[in-house]
Ligand binder design. Structure first.
Ligand code: HEC
Ligand code: HEC
Length: 280
Protein backbone atom coordinates (compact mmCIF):
# COMPACT_ATOMS: atom_id res chain seq x y z
CA UNK A 1 0.00 0.00 0.00
CA UNK A 2 2.77 2.38 0.99
CA UNK A 3 4.50 1.88 -2.35
CA UNK A 4 1.38 2.48 -4.36
CA UNK A 5 0.79 5.65 -2.41
CA UNK A 6 4.24 7.03 -3.07
CA UNK A 7 4.05 6.21 -6.78
CA UNK A 8 0.75 8.09 -6.88
CA UNK A 9 2.35 11.06 -5.22
CA UNK A 10 5.12 11.08 -7.78
CA UNK A 11 2.60 10.80 -10.62
CA UNK A 12 0.64 13.73 -9.19
CA UNK A 13 3.78 15.82 -8.96
CA UNK A 14 4.62 14.90 -12.56
CA UNK A 15 1.15 15.91 -13.70
CA UNK A 16 1.50 19.17 -11.82
CA UNK A 17 4.80 19.90 -13.57
CA UNK A 18 3.22 19.04 -16.92
CA UNK A 19 0.28 21.35 -16.33
CA UNK A 20 2.69 24.10 -15.34
CA UNK A 21 4.82 23.70 -18.43
CA UNK A 22 1.62 23.78 -20.47
CA UNK A 23 0.54 27.09 -18.99
CA UNK A 24 3.85 28.68 -19.83
CA UNK A 25 4.46 27.25 -23.27
CA UNK A 26 3.17 28.50 -26.58
CA UNK A 27 1.51 26.20 -29.01
CA UNK A 28 3.35 26.61 -32.25
CA UNK A 29 3.21 23.28 -34.15
CA UNK A 30 6.88 23.40 -35.18
CA UNK A 31 8.03 23.90 -31.61
CA UNK A 32 5.53 21.33 -30.41
CA UNK A 33 6.81 18.81 -32.95
CA UNK A 34 10.41 19.40 -31.96
CA UNK A 35 9.69 18.91 -28.26
CA UNK A 36 7.21 16.07 -28.40
CA UNK A 37 7.54 14.11 -31.64
CA UNK A 38 11.07 14.49 -33.03
CA UNK A 39 12.49 12.08 -30.46
CA UNK A 40 10.67 9.25 -32.27
CA UNK A 41 9.90 10.55 -35.77
CA UNK A 42 11.89 12.18 -38.54
CA UNK A 43 10.33 13.84 -41.56
CA UNK A 44 12.32 12.35 -44.43
CA UNK A 45 15.21 10.90 -42.40
CA UNK A 46 14.09 7.32 -42.02
CA UNK A 47 12.54 5.47 -39.15
CA UNK A 48 13.46 6.03 -35.50
CA UNK A 49 11.31 4.40 -32.81
CA UNK A 50 8.32 5.45 -34.91
CA UNK A 51 7.94 5.58 -38.71
CA UNK A 52 9.29 8.39 -40.91
CA UNK A 53 6.38 10.82 -41.19
CA UNK A 54 7.23 12.20 -44.64
CA UNK A 55 4.08 12.07 -46.78
CA UNK A 56 2.22 10.18 -44.09
CA UNK A 57 -1.08 11.47 -45.50
CA UNK A 58 -0.39 9.54 -48.68
CA UNK A 59 -0.49 6.37 -46.62
CA UNK A 60 -3.52 7.15 -44.49
CA UNK A 61 -6.27 9.78 -44.46
CA UNK A 62 -6.03 12.88 -42.28
CA UNK A 63 -9.12 12.10 -40.18
CA UNK A 64 -7.70 8.75 -39.12
CA UNK A 65 -4.25 10.21 -38.40
CA UNK A 66 -5.72 13.03 -36.35
CA UNK A 67 -7.55 10.51 -34.20
CA UNK A 68 -4.48 8.29 -33.91
CA UNK A 69 -2.18 11.13 -32.78
CA UNK A 70 -4.68 12.10 -30.08
CA UNK A 71 -4.93 8.64 -28.60
CA UNK A 72 -2.75 5.97 -30.22
CA UNK A 73 -3.51 3.24 -27.73
CA UNK A 74 -7.27 3.43 -28.13
CA UNK A 75 -6.99 3.18 -31.93
CA UNK A 76 -4.63 0.21 -31.58
CA UNK A 77 -6.92 -1.46 -29.05
CA UNK A 78 -9.92 -1.00 -31.34
CA UNK A 79 -8.37 -3.71 -33.52
CA UNK A 80 -7.78 -1.39 -36.48
CA UNK A 81 -5.78 -3.30 -39.12
CA UNK A 82 -3.54 -0.41 -40.23
CA UNK A 83 -2.68 0.41 -36.58
CA UNK A 84 -1.80 -3.24 -35.93
CA UNK A 85 0.55 -3.18 -38.90
CA UNK A 86 2.25 0.00 -37.58
CA UNK A 87 2.58 -1.57 -34.16
CA UNK A 88 4.19 -4.67 -35.59
CA UNK A 89 6.67 -2.61 -37.59
CA UNK A 90 7.53 -0.76 -34.38
CA UNK A 91 8.27 -4.08 -32.60
CA UNK A 92 5.33 -3.60 -30.29
CA UNK A 93 6.26 -0.14 -28.99
CA UNK A 94 3.01 1.76 -28.55
CA UNK A 95 3.21 5.47 -29.31
CA UNK A 96 2.55 7.22 -25.99
CA UNK A 97 -0.33 9.61 -25.57
CA UNK A 98 1.35 13.02 -25.81
CA UNK A 99 0.54 15.42 -22.96
CA UNK A 100 -1.20 18.74 -23.67
CA UNK A 101 -2.23 17.69 -27.15
CA UNK A 102 -5.74 18.60 -28.26
CA UNK A 103 -7.65 18.25 -31.51
CA UNK A 104 -6.60 21.60 -32.95
CA UNK A 105 -2.91 20.86 -32.26
CA UNK A 106 -3.28 17.41 -33.79
CA UNK A 107 -4.66 19.04 -36.94
CA UNK A 108 -1.98 21.74 -36.92
CA UNK A 109 0.73 19.08 -36.60
CA UNK A 110 -0.57 17.20 -39.64
CA UNK A 111 -0.59 20.41 -41.64
CA UNK A 112 2.96 21.11 -40.46
CA UNK A 113 4.10 17.58 -41.45
CA UNK A 114 2.48 18.09 -44.87
CA UNK A 115 4.41 21.35 -45.38
CA UNK A 116 7.69 19.83 -44.21
CA UNK A 117 7.17 16.81 -46.47
CA UNK A 118 7.02 19.02 -49.54
CA UNK A 119 10.40 20.60 -48.74
CA UNK A 120 13.54 19.26 -50.37
CA UNK A 121 15.00 18.66 -46.94
CA UNK A 122 13.13 19.29 -43.71
CA UNK A 123 15.11 20.41 -40.67
CA UNK A 124 13.48 17.38 -39.06
CA UNK A 125 15.16 14.94 -41.45
CA UNK A 126 17.17 13.83 -38.46
CA UNK A 127 20.23 14.97 -36.61
CA UNK A 128 23.69 13.81 -37.56
CA UNK A 129 25.34 13.81 -34.14
CA UNK A 130 24.64 10.08 -33.75
CA UNK A 131 26.49 9.14 -36.94
CA UNK A 132 29.94 8.47 -35.49
CA UNK A 133 30.75 4.94 -34.32
CA UNK A 134 30.52 4.00 -30.63
CA UNK A 135 33.77 3.41 -28.76
CA UNK A 136 34.84 1.61 -25.63
CA UNK A 137 35.45 4.98 -24.01
CA UNK A 138 31.82 5.84 -24.70
CA UNK A 139 30.82 2.75 -22.78
CA UNK A 140 32.99 3.69 -19.80
CA UNK A 141 31.64 7.24 -19.65
CA UNK A 142 28.10 6.00 -20.20
CA UNK A 143 28.49 3.59 -17.32
CA UNK A 144 29.60 6.36 -14.96
CA UNK A 145 26.84 8.70 -16.10
CA UNK A 146 24.25 5.99 -15.68
CA UNK A 147 25.18 5.03 -12.14
CA UNK A 148 25.92 8.60 -11.11
CA UNK A 149 29.64 8.39 -10.27
CA UNK A 150 29.93 11.09 -12.94
CA UNK A 151 27.30 13.84 -12.86
CA UNK A 152 25.39 14.84 -15.95
CA UNK A 153 26.63 18.17 -17.27
CA UNK A 154 23.29 19.93 -16.94
CA UNK A 155 22.64 18.44 -13.50
CA UNK A 156 19.85 16.06 -14.44
CA UNK A 157 19.38 13.12 -12.04
CA UNK A 158 21.38 9.98 -12.77
CA UNK A 159 19.53 7.18 -14.49
CA UNK A 160 20.03 4.64 -11.72
CA UNK A 161 17.80 6.63 -9.38
CA UNK A 162 14.84 5.39 -11.40
CA UNK A 163 16.08 2.50 -13.55
CA UNK A 164 17.53 -0.93 -13.05
CA UNK A 165 19.81 -2.40 -15.68
CA UNK A 166 21.50 -5.80 -15.81
CA UNK A 167 23.91 -6.20 -12.95
CA UNK A 168 24.39 -2.54 -12.13
CA UNK A 169 24.73 -1.24 -8.58
CA UNK A 170 24.93 -3.29 -5.43
CA UNK A 171 21.42 -2.42 -4.31
CA UNK A 172 19.99 -2.40 -7.83
CA UNK A 173 18.52 0.72 -9.39
CA UNK A 174 15.34 2.66 -8.73
CA UNK A 175 12.02 1.11 -9.56
CA UNK A 176 10.06 4.09 -10.81
CA UNK A 177 11.13 3.49 -14.41
CA UNK A 178 11.36 0.21 -16.34
CA UNK A 179 14.39 -2.10 -16.36
CA UNK A 180 16.49 -0.84 -19.27
CA UNK A 181 18.41 -4.01 -20.10
CA UNK A 182 16.45 -4.54 -23.32
CA UNK A 183 15.66 -0.89 -24.11
CA UNK A 184 18.27 -0.58 -26.86
CA UNK A 185 16.66 -3.03 -29.23
CA UNK A 186 13.15 -2.25 -28.12
CA UNK A 187 13.35 1.41 -29.11
CA UNK A 188 15.01 0.60 -32.43
CA UNK A 189 18.82 0.74 -32.09
CA UNK A 190 21.49 3.42 -32.06
CA UNK A 191 19.99 6.25 -34.08
CA UNK A 192 16.54 5.84 -32.57
CA UNK A 193 17.68 5.65 -28.97
CA UNK A 194 20.06 8.60 -29.45
CA UNK A 195 17.20 10.75 -30.72
CA UNK A 196 15.05 9.50 -27.86
CA UNK A 197 17.63 10.44 -25.19
CA UNK A 198 18.37 13.82 -26.74
CA UNK A 199 14.74 14.61 -25.96
CA UNK A 200 13.19 11.90 -23.77
CA UNK A 201 9.51 11.54 -24.59
CA UNK A 202 8.68 9.67 -21.39
CA UNK A 203 5.98 11.40 -19.42
CA UNK A 204 8.06 11.13 -16.27
CA UNK A 205 11.43 12.07 -17.73
CA UNK A 206 10.43 14.78 -20.16
CA UNK A 207 9.60 17.53 -17.63
CA UNK A 208 12.84 16.80 -15.72
CA UNK A 209 15.20 16.55 -18.69
CA UNK A 210 13.66 19.51 -20.51
CA UNK A 211 15.00 21.64 -17.69
CA UNK A 212 18.23 19.65 -17.37
CA UNK A 213 18.84 18.24 -20.86
CA UNK A 214 21.21 15.35 -21.43
CA UNK A 215 24.09 17.01 -23.28
CA UNK A 216 24.77 15.92 -26.88
CA UNK A 217 28.20 14.68 -25.80
CA UNK A 218 26.57 12.49 -23.17
CA UNK A 219 23.99 10.90 -25.43
CA UNK A 220 26.26 8.53 -27.36
CA UNK A 221 28.07 7.29 -24.22
CA UNK A 222 24.69 6.41 -22.71
CA UNK A 223 23.70 4.77 -26.00
CA UNK A 224 26.91 2.70 -25.95
CA UNK A 225 26.21 1.65 -22.39
CA UNK A 226 22.63 0.58 -23.19
CA UNK A 227 23.83 -1.25 -26.30
CA UNK A 228 26.45 -3.27 -24.44
CA UNK A 229 24.00 -4.14 -21.71
CA UNK A 230 21.46 -5.31 -24.29
CA UNK A 231 24.12 -7.50 -25.89
CA UNK A 232 25.07 -8.92 -22.50
CA UNK A 233 28.60 -7.59 -22.80
CA UNK A 234 30.15 -6.14 -19.72
CA UNK A 235 33.47 -4.41 -19.70
CA UNK A 236 34.35 -4.24 -16.02
CA UNK A 237 37.65 -2.50 -15.70
CA UNK A 238 37.00 0.43 -13.44
CA UNK A 239 36.91 0.74 -9.70
CA UNK A 240 33.54 2.42 -9.50
CA UNK A 241 31.47 -0.71 -9.27
CA UNK A 242 33.64 -1.72 -6.37
CA UNK A 243 33.19 1.64 -4.64
CA UNK A 244 29.49 1.34 -5.12
CA UNK A 245 29.64 -2.05 -3.44
CA UNK A 246 31.57 -0.68 -0.47
CA UNK A 247 28.98 2.06 -0.03
CA UNK A 248 26.35 -0.64 -0.17
CA UNK A 249 28.01 -2.57 2.65
CA UNK A 250 28.39 0.53 4.79
CA UNK A 251 24.73 1.35 4.19
CA UNK A 252 23.70 -2.16 5.11
CA UNK A 253 25.77 -2.08 8.28
CA UNK A 254 24.21 1.24 9.32
CA UNK A 255 20.73 -0.15 8.68
CA UNK A 256 21.46 -3.19 10.84
CA UNK A 257 22.65 -0.97 13.69
CA UNK A 258 19.56 1.21 13.40
CA UNK A 259 17.21 -1.77 13.26
CA UNK A 260 18.90 -3.23 16.26
CA UNK A 261 18.50 -0.01 18.24
CA UNK A 262 14.86 0.33 17.25
CA UNK A 263 13.85 -3.27 17.85
CA UNK A 264 16.08 -3.76 20.86
CA UNK A 265 14.35 -0.87 22.61
CA UNK A 266 10.95 -1.99 21.61
CA UNK A 267 11.45 -5.37 23.17
CA UNK A 268 12.69 -3.82 26.38
CA UNK A 269 10.14 -1.02 26.53
CA UNK A 270 7.00 -2.80 25.47
CA UNK A 271 7.33 -6.52 25.40
CA UNK A 272 9.44 -7.19 28.47
CA UNK A 273 7.06 -5.56 30.97
CA UNK A 274 4.17 -7.34 29.26
CA UNK A 275 5.91 -10.67 29.39
CA UNK A 276 6.87 -10.08 32.99
CA UNK A 277 3.32 -8.98 33.80
CA UNK A 278 1.95 -12.20 32.38
CA UNK A 279 4.29 -14.24 34.46
CA UNK A 280 3.89 -12.55 37.81
C1 HEC B 1 8.03 7.41 -27.88
C2 HEC B 1 8.01 7.50 -29.32
C3 HEC B 1 6.95 8.33 -30.02
C4 HEC B 1 6.63 9.66 -29.83
C5 HEC B 1 7.17 10.61 -28.79
C6 HEC B 1 5.65 9.99 -30.84
N1 HEC B 1 5.39 8.89 -31.62
FE1 HEC B 1 4.17 8.82 -33.24
N2 HEC B 1 4.49 6.85 -33.41
C7 HEC B 1 5.36 6.11 -32.63
C8 HEC B 1 5.25 4.71 -33.00
C9 HEC B 1 6.05 3.57 -32.37
C10 HEC B 1 4.31 4.64 -34.04
C11 HEC B 1 3.81 3.39 -34.77
C12 HEC B 1 2.49 2.94 -34.15
C13 HEC B 1 2.69 2.30 -32.79
O1 HEC B 1 3.44 1.33 -32.70
O2 HEC B 1 2.10 2.80 -31.82
C14 HEC B 1 3.86 6.01 -34.29
C15 HEC B 1 2.95 6.36 -35.29
C16 HEC B 1 2.63 7.67 -35.63
C17 HEC B 1 1.84 8.07 -36.78
C18 HEC B 1 1.30 7.15 -37.87
C19 HEC B 1 2.42 6.95 -38.88
C20 HEC B 1 2.07 6.20 -40.13
O3 HEC B 1 3.01 5.75 -40.80
O4 HEC B 1 0.88 6.07 -40.46
C21 HEC B 1 1.76 9.43 -36.75
C22 HEC B 1 1.05 10.33 -37.75
C23 HEC B 1 2.47 9.88 -35.57
N3 HEC B 1 2.99 8.78 -34.92
C24 HEC B 1 2.62 11.19 -35.19
C25 HEC B 1 3.21 11.61 -34.01
C26 HEC B 1 3.21 12.97 -33.56
C27 HEC B 1 2.57 14.14 -34.30
C28 HEC B 1 3.87 12.98 -32.37
C29 HEC B 1 4.10 14.17 -31.44
C30 HEC B 1 2.92 14.84 -30.99
C31 HEC B 1 4.33 11.64 -32.10
N4 HEC B 1 3.90 10.84 -33.12
C32 HEC B 1 5.09 11.26 -30.99
C33 HEC B 1 6.19 6.58 -31.65
C34 HEC B 1 6.16 7.87 -31.14
C1 HEC C 1 12.74 10.42 -12.30
C2 HEC C 1 12.89 9.07 -12.73
C3 HEC C 1 13.69 8.79 -13.99
C4 HEC C 1 15.01 9.13 -14.25
C5 HEC C 1 15.94 9.93 -13.38
C6 HEC C 1 15.32 8.54 -15.55
N1 HEC C 1 14.23 7.90 -16.04
FE1 HEC C 1 14.14 6.89 -17.81
N2 HEC C 1 12.14 6.50 -17.49
C7 HEC C 1 11.46 6.77 -16.33
C8 HEC C 1 10.10 6.22 -16.45
C9 HEC C 1 9.01 6.31 -15.37
C10 HEC C 1 10.00 5.63 -17.73
C11 HEC C 1 8.80 4.90 -18.35
C12 HEC C 1 8.00 5.82 -19.21
C13 HEC C 1 7.17 6.76 -18.38
O1 HEC C 1 6.34 6.30 -17.58
O2 HEC C 1 7.34 7.97 -18.48
C14 HEC C 1 11.32 5.81 -18.36
C15 HEC C 1 11.65 5.33 -19.62
C16 HEC C 1 12.93 5.31 -20.14
C17 HEC C 1 13.29 4.70 -21.40
C18 HEC C 1 12.34 4.01 -22.36
C19 HEC C 1 12.28 2.56 -21.99
C20 HEC C 1 11.34 1.77 -22.87
O3 HEC C 1 11.57 0.57 -22.95
O4 HEC C 1 10.39 2.34 -23.41
C21 HEC C 1 14.65 4.88 -21.57
C22 HEC C 1 15.50 4.42 -22.75
C23 HEC C 1 15.11 5.61 -20.42
N3 HEC C 1 14.06 5.85 -19.56
C24 HEC C 1 16.44 5.98 -20.23
C25 HEC C 1 16.88 6.75 -19.16
C26 HEC C 1 18.26 7.22 -19.02
C27 HEC C 1 19.40 6.89 -19.96
C28 HEC C 1 18.28 7.97 -17.89
C29 HEC C 1 19.46 8.75 -17.31
C30 HEC C 1 20.03 9.78 -18.14
C31 HEC C 1 16.94 7.98 -17.30
N4 HEC C 1 16.14 7.22 -18.11
C32 HEC C 1 16.58 8.64 -16.14
C33 HEC C 1 11.94 7.46 -15.23
C34 HEC C 1 13.21 8.00 -15.13
Amino acid sequence: MKNIFSINTIISITLFINVNSFLFSQSDPEEFFEKNCFSCHTIGGGRLTGPDLKDVEKRKDAAWLEKFILNPESVINSGDAYASKLLKEARGVVMPKVANLDQSMSRALLKFIREESSKEKSRFAGSTFADRPLTEEDYMIGNELFIGTKRLKNKGPSCISCHEIAGEGFLGGGLLGPDLTEAYGRLGGKKAIAAWLANPSSETMSPIYKKHPIDEDEVLPLVAFLKNKAEGKDIVSDAHDFNFMIFGFIGLALCLVLFDLAWGNRLRAVRKPMVKGELS
